[in-house]
Design a protein around this ligand. Structure first.
Ligand SMILES: Cc1cc2nc3c(=O)[nH]c(=O)nc-3n(C[C@H](O)[C@H](O)[C@H](O)COP(=O)(O)O)c2cc1C
Length: 188
């Protein structure tokens, strides 16, 4: 299975979360490609089973670069997508903004993760003190791994439901087996 993780990160907080998620997926034999969309926005999502993207919050919104990138994507035809954000203090309506864009692209989030990042925005610095220094911390990076695990469950459930479907289909043609099953039923 292949996963593409695209992210935008100027001061590395979002990149750290992206790498934590990606590393956990590779433990389960997933092939993971990373793309820093500041360097290169070209992606071929069709070749991936799962598409994830990560972004910092800028002025309580998606950064323009990220919004443009998402809007430039082709129709995602129900492709499983996950998203993650990092923020300093408040992320307000960003998850809704993401969901709206995904809806326009004919898909939805199978998972969303938010963690605090080291906020180095000058507007929030008070006498050189960072509001969220040291983030994402060890605990948040571990949570990102748990998040990756929750994404895997989506694929396990998908294959389970496929199996159940197959079983039901096989059951349909085997009326004789149903009769046999009735005859061999344990008597109470
Ligand atoms: C221009 C700018 C605007 C920001 N606006 C917000 C904001 O509205 N809310 C918030 O919680 N954090 C805000 N932040 C903090 C970033 O979202 C946070 O530091 C993020 O983790 C940075 O990610 P990066 O290190 O991957 O670039 C802002 C940071 C910058 C540089």
């Amino acid at each position: 299975m292949k996963c593409l993780i695209a992210y935008f990160s100027q001061t590395n907080s979002t990149r750290k979360i992206a790498e934590s998620i990606g590393k956990e997926l590779t433990v389960y034999d997933w092939e993971v490609d990373f793309k820093n969309i500041k360097e290169d926005k070209s992606v071929n999502i069709e070749e991936y089973d799962l598409f994830g993207f990560g972004t910092p919050v800028y002025y309580y919104r998606l950064p323009f670069l990220v919004k443009d990138f998402l809007q430039s994507l082709p129709d995602l035809k129900n492709k499983p997508v996950f998203s993650f954000i990092t923020y300093g203090t408040y992320y307000f309506g960003v998850p809704v903004e993401i969901n709206n864009i995904l809806k326009e692209k004919s898909t939805h989030n199978i998972g969303f993760f938010a963690a605090r990042g080291a906020d180095k925005y000058l507007g929030y610095l008070k006498q050189g003190v960072l509001l969220s220094d040291g983030h994402p911390n060890k605990r948040e990076l571990t949570q990102a791994k748990h998040f990756a695990n929750s994404l895997l469950k989506y694929f396990q459930e998908e294959s389970n439901s496929e199996n159940i479907y197959k079983l039901k289909k096989e059951n349909k043609k085997g009326i004789i087996y149903n009769f046999e099953s009735l005859l061999t039923k344990a008597l109470s």
